[in-house]
Design a protein around this ligand. Sequence first.
Ligand SMILES: Nc1ncnc2c1ncn2[C@@H]1O[C@H](COP(=O)(O)OP(=O)(O)OP(=O)(O)O)[C@@H](O)[C@H]1O
Ligand SMILES: [Mg+2]
Length: 309
Amino acid sequence: MTQVRLENVTKVFPIEGQALASIREFGRALSGGPKELLGGKAEIRALDKVNLLIRHGETMGLIGPTACGKTTLLKVIAGLIALDEGAVYFDGQDVTKMPPWERNIGMVFQDYALYPHMTSLENLAFPFVVRQREEEIPEQVRATSKIMGLGFDKLLGRLPRTLSDGERQRVAVARCIIREPRVFLFDEPLSNLDAKLRSQTRVEIKRLLRRFRITSVYATHDQSEAIALADRLAVMNEGRIEQVGTQGGDLQLARQPLRGGLRGHAGHELLPGAGGERGAALRRLQPALPAASEEDAAAWPGGDPGHPP
Ligand SMILES: Nc1ncnc2c1ncn2[C@@H]1O[C@H](COP(=O)(O)OP(=O)(O)OP(=O)(O)O)[C@@H](O)[C@H]1O
Ligand SMILES: [Mg+2]
C-alpha cells in the first residue's frame, strides 16, 4: 500500500493568441478563478497550492465542477505533467521528478483507452508482453478474470468495438488491476454509461476497491457516486481543495460554493454558485472537519498546511 501526499502543488497553464481570444469571446476567462490577463497573455491556475494526503489503502473521492482541476490533479499524481511549484510524495519519497512509467500507476478514464486492434485478452496481456514476462499471462489473466466476476471471461476474446460501453470499462479496469498498481486513479470512469450500467459498474469497482485496498483517487462530478465509492472526499473548486472530509459531511458538500454546481442524487444542481459573501457565510456555518489521524500527523510533520484540524 502507498500513501500519496501533495504538498503546495501548483500548475499554471499559459493561454495565448487564438485560445485567449476565443476564451474572451465566450466570457470564460473571467469565470475560471484567479488568472492574470496581461497584454494578450493569460494563465489558468489549474492547481493552486494544493495540499492533500491520501492515506494507505484509502479511496479518496475528488469532486468539483468542470474545470476545477480534477484531471490535472490526477495527472500530477501519475507524473504526466510537470509542476510549477510543490512536490508529490509516495510513502514519504519525493517522486516529483520520477517519470510516469516508474510510478506504477493504474489509470481508468472516461473513454476506456483500450488498444482498439487488440482483444480484451491481448489488452490485459500487453504489459506482460512489453516486460517480456509472457509466462505469467495465463495465471494473471485467470486470477484477474476471477476478480472481475461473473461473465468477465466471456469478454476476453472480443475486440473493444464489439463490446458495450460498460463491458469496455470493465476490461479497462481489469487491465489496470492486472498490473498490480501502487496507486489507482479513476477519472470519471462511469460518465459515459447509462444509469443502470453506471450503478452496476459502480458496485463492481467498489467491490474491487474494498477487496484490494489499493490507494485510489476517484474523480467525478457526481457527488452521490463519490459518496458511494470513497472513504473520504476532497472538494475542489477553482484549482483549490476547499474541504476534505468523510461521508458524514454530506450536508457540507451540498453547501459548497461550487461554480456550476454539483450533481446530486437526482441529478439536480446543489446550491450552484454560492460564491462571494454568501459562500463565505455558508462556509462559516459548516462544522469542523474530523480530527487528523496519526497517519496524517506523521505525514505533515509541521501540521497539515491545507487542512488544519
Ligand atoms: N493542457 C492544457 N492546456 C491549457 N489549459 C489546460 C490544459 N489542461 C487543463 N487545462 C485547464 O486547466 C483547468 C483544469 O482542467 P481539468 O481538466 O483539470 O479540469 P476538470 O476538473 O478535470 O474538469 P472536467 O470535470 O470538465 O473534466 C481548466 O481551466 C482547463 O481548461
Ligand atoms: Mg476532468
